[in-house]
Each structure stands twice: as C-alpha cells, then as structure tokens.
Design a protein around this ligand. Structure first.
Ligand code: ADP
Length: 548
C-alpha cells in the first residue's frame, strides 16, 4: 500500500464538505436513484456516492454494499478525488497501490474500481460517484461518459439540497425574527392599550377623551398590522392552520357587520346583508378567520366608499353529504379598481389606485391575508369592478358540515364581547411574576379594581423564593423573564416543589405551540398580551373556578 494522497486544498475542502451538512444524514431516494443508474449502466454490482472527511469515506448512497463507511486511508476514492477525471483501476490485483489493500484481499474483494470526482462549483472534490466489481474489467467510452453525467447530476443534487436547506433556514430565521420583533412591540403595546382603557374609565374632558380614543385606535391598528405580518410569516412556514369547530356563519357575518355599522352610519352609507336561506345554521369552521376575511373586505369597502352602499352576500354554491361550498361577496359603490390592477392588489404590499390610496391609510396586506385565508379554506378570491361605479370582491369557501353530535363554539360576538362586567374577585392573593415595570403597573391597576391583593416578583427565582415564604391563590406568570423564565419557573413549581397552585401564563407571543407548551408543563390558563383588564379578570375567575 502507498502513502495516503492528500489534496493540496484539503483544509478548505473539508470546510466545504462540512458546509454542505450532508455527512451522516439519512438515505435519500434521489441519491439512491443515481447510484442505481450507475450500477445498471456499468453492469457493476456495487455503486456508491462516497464523501471523504478527515478520517473516513462515508456513503450517502450505496448499492450492493453493507458497510456505511470505511477508513479513508484504505479507500480507492482518496485517489479518485486527486484528479478531475474518471479514476479507473481495471484490476486491483495487478496494481501495486491496491493489491495488498484489505478491501481487495478481503470483503468486498474489489478487483475493478471506477470513480468520478464530485466537484463543487468552487472546485472542491467532496468525494466520488463510483462503481465497483469483483471481476477485473474496463468501461466502454460510452459508460465513462455516462459516469461523468451521473457525477455531475450528483453534485447538482448536493448543491440543490444545500440551497433548499439555506432557504428553509432563512425562512426559519425570518419567522423567529418576526416573532421576536412582534413580541417586543406587543409588550409596550400591552401597556399603551391597558392604560388607555383604565384612563377611559376616569373622568375626562371631551378633548382628553378624543385624544385617548386616537391613542387606542392607533395602537389597535398597529396591533392588526403586527398580527397580519405574523399570520403571513406563519403561513409561509406552513404553520398556519384553521381551528375548526362548530360555527354559525350567519352569526359571524352579522357580528362583523355590526362592528363597522357605526362607521357606515357616520358616512351615511347603506349597509346591506343578504344571507341565502339555504346556508346551514352551523358548519365546521374557524369563526375568527371568517371574521377576519369579512372584516378585511368590509373595512376596504368602508374605507374607499364615500357615498352609496355596501352589500355583503353569502350564497351556497354547492353541497355534498360532507361539505358545503359558499360564496361570499362584498360589493361597494366606491371609486372602483382599474382592470389592470384587479389581480395585483391581492399581492402583499400592493396598492391599486395611487390617487385614492394616498388619502387612505393602509399597508397593502389586507387582501393578501384574505387570499391566504381563503386558500386555507380550499377557495379562490377575485375582484370585479367598473372604475367610477364600484367594486365587488368575491371568495369561495369550503366548510365541512357539522357532525350533529358536537356542540357549537362561541361566535366571535360572544368571545369578543367586552361587557366590563367582571365581578370583583374578592379575597384573593395573587403573585405576579413579571419583569417589565410598565406591565407590573398595568396589572396592579387592573387587579386593584378587582379587589385582589397583589405581590410582585421581578423574575422567576424571586417567584420561587416568595412561594417558599408565603401562600398565594394564583400566579400570573410572564413567560419571558430574566434569570428563570416562566416555563422553567412553572416546571420547578410543579415538579420540584410539587405545588398545584393555579398558574396563568402571560405572553406577548401568539404562537399556538406556546399555549400547548404551557399546558404540557401544567399551567392552568393562558392570556396573550396586550390584554384588557376585563379579559385578565375573567381568565382569573375562570381558572379559580376550575380548580375550586
Ligand atoms: P390596504 O391596506 O392598502 O387597503 P389591501 O390589500 O386591503 O391593502 O388593498 C390593496 C389595494 O386594493 C388598496 O390599496 C386599494 O388600492 C385596492 N382596494 C381594495 N379594496 C378596494 C375597494 N373596495 N375599492 C377600491 N379599491 C380597493
């Protein structure tokens, strides 16, 4: 056996190989197809895609060989990566370099070897596509040519795999970034909305009330934008799903119309709602998402229409034993949309009419969200318009029919109702684990109104210390805290301290996984920031009632 050959750019080559993140990964069919072809075309029982790291050759794909890797210093491939052409050994027994090689003298008894280097676009030979036989032989010119094509296809596949991984990582980073940014924005927003709400209940002059309403409205608008961006990014990551439950479409639409009726009245617009009698009382649907679709379309109609009317229609297009196909349309008598923009306006950040858009505030996300949500309902969206006369937006929505044995879910009218009627909680001691001072103040104000006694811990460890010394009826646990976060703290409370004190998680993140994680740790309630004092009070009452 001769000395092991080392390529001149070995360190760079190893770094490049590492960058492809392919070593020790599971077999992939696309690679196996290439080795299968190489084996077939050259009539060889063994075909491999071999990658050489510092000490071994590892096979990304192998046909006709048991071993997943062999030491590099006995490999034939270490010679093959030294050149940029096919490396061929017609008979290993009569080749000085190989005749004593254990791969020749023992299993798999290599006699013939032909390997084509897998060269990256940067010129690094990561390994080979090779074929092996236990008979001496030579390839035909045509077979050599084919080996080259297959090696080129292999390296293209390795590079495409890397590009895919990079893309997936970029999308993941972007989503994490958006989620973090939205958290950073939602936390102070919690304080802005919460304090505005508390201020609204005090004696204010008319001017102060107007200013306060402007603050609340701006903060709420900002929250909608943040939620829209989060929805779009979740959809891109494939994690946006409909939460199906028995839903009353008639009620959802009526409620949404109610939300904008005051503004329509102020603009003296006629607001009509026509719901076909054939629409079933209940379907399996996501009430919040239907509400969002209708609200976005209605919001635009209201924003752009200065006089005339807005009509919402819900019709039944088709019904099978299991599903119903509905068509929702929102028609207005606004300025309309030029035909060349009818499709473009459904894209993100696209606006369709410079003249009108300058006068109206908007992000160009509303219709993109509508289309995305409608697609989750296996439906389509389109718009029809005559400039100067108005526009009609259509969407089709597929809903499974309700299994008669299930119960109806709350309509948004019920879930969103904020009736300010939370009863006083009375003699209750609450431990608030929260590091943000504004949020501490907000919770203090809100809870004082409910008549509870509040103790504040600035981080997780302080929470645990207080629990050792005092008794509480409930913990409001912020999930993002320094020292020990809310998850770690709750886990210690449940598992190490063995306490079953009710815990309500408070978070600025709105990811479904987060709620599930909290439940898995054994938390009893969940509330997202920014929360309204009433909503907080209700969640506390609910959790206390559940555990008593
Ligand atoms: P925006 O936040 O800008 O309203 P949308 O995605 O909701 O974003 O709408 C995109 C564009 O479509 C708007 O900027 C506007 O040009 C056009 N558009 C949407 N709805 C209407 C409508 N009812 N009448 C006229 N133009 C509309």
């Amino acid at each position: 056996m001769t000395e092991s050959p080392i390529p001149p750019n070995e360190q760079e080559r190893l770094r490049a190989l590492e960058k492809y993140d392919i070593l020790d990964t599971l077999p992939e069919r696309e690679f196996d197809n290439l080795t299968r072809l190489a084996s077939y075309i050259t009539g060889s029982p063994i075909a491999l895609i071999s990658l050489l790291d510092e000490h071994r050759q590892w096979f990304k794909s192998r046909i006709g060989l048991q071993a997943a890797e062999t030491p590099r210093n006995i490999s034939f491939c270490q010679h093959a990566i030294m050149s940029n052409e096919l490396f061929e050994v017609p008979d290993a027994m009569s080749d000085r370099r190989f005749r004593k090689n254990p791969l020749v003298t023992e299993d798999p008894n290599i006699r013939f070897y032909a390997g084509y280097p897998l060269q990256t676009s940067e010129g690094h030979n990561l390994g080979t596509l090779c074929v092996i036989d236990n008979q001496p032989k030579a390839l035909t010119e045509e077979q050599r040519q084919m080996m080259r094509y297959l090696a080129e296809a292999t390296i293209s596949l390795i590079e495409a795999r890397k590009t895919n991984q990079d893309l997936a990582n970029a999308i993941r980073y972007k989503n994490e970034f958006l989620s973090n940014v939205s958290h950073e924005i939602r936390t102070p927003m919690n304080a802005i909305l919460g304090f505005s709400e508390l201020l609204q209940r005090t004696n204010l002059t008319e001017e102060q009330t107007t200013h306060l309403e402007a603050i609340s409205s701006a903060a709420n608008n900002l929250l909608v934008v943040i939620n829209d961006i989060l929805d779009l990014s979740k959809n891109e990551a494939g994690s946006l799903e409909l939460r199906l439950a028995p839903m009353e479409p008639r009620q959802v639409i009526k409620h949404t119309i109610q939300l904008i009726s005051q503004m329509a009245f102020e603009k003296r617009l006629n607001l009509r709602c026509i719901i076909a009698p054939s629409i079933p009382e209940q379907v399996m649907g996501d009430a919040a998402r239907l509400n969002q679709i209708v609200l976005n379309l209605l919001g635009n109609a209201l924003k752009f229409t200065q006089k005339g009317s807005i009509s919402v229609r819900l019709e039944c297009l088709d019904q099978t034993d299991h599903d119903i196909f509905l068509r929702l349309s929102v028609e207005d008598t606004g300025p309309g949309i030029p035909p060349e923009n009818l499709e473009r306006i459904f894209q993100r950040f696209e606006q369709g009419n410079e003249e009108h858009d300058r006068k109206t505030l908007g992000t160009g996300l509303g219709l993109a969200i509508v289309r995305m949500l409608v697609e989750l309902h296996s439906g389509t969206t389109w718009a029809e318009s005559e400039v100067g006369k108005g526009a009609t937006f259509f969407c089709t929505l597929r809903y499974p029919l309700v299994d008669p044995s299930s119960k109806p879910e709350n309509t948004p009218a019920e879930t969103m109702k904020d009736d300010h009627t939370t009863p006083s909680l009375g003699d209750v001691r609450i431990l608030l684990a929260e590091d943000n001072i504004l949020n501490q103040k907000l919770a203090t104000f809100a809870l004082k109104k409910l008549g509870v006694e509040l103790v504040i811990a600035n981080h997780g460890q302080e929470t645990l210390d207080l629990l050792q010394e005092q008794t509480f009826d409930l913990i409001l646990m912020d999930l993002e805290m320094p020292v020990l976060d809310g998850y770690q703290t709750s886990r210690i409370i449940r598992e190490e301290m063995g306490l079953d004190i009710p815990i309500i998680a408070c978070t600025a993140h709105v990811l479904a996984e987060e709620k599930e994680r909290c439940e898995a740790i054994g938390m009893d309630g969940f509330i997202t920031k920014p929360y309204k004092p009433d909503v907080l009070g209700k969640e506390i009452s609910r959790v206390l009632a559940d555990v008593s």
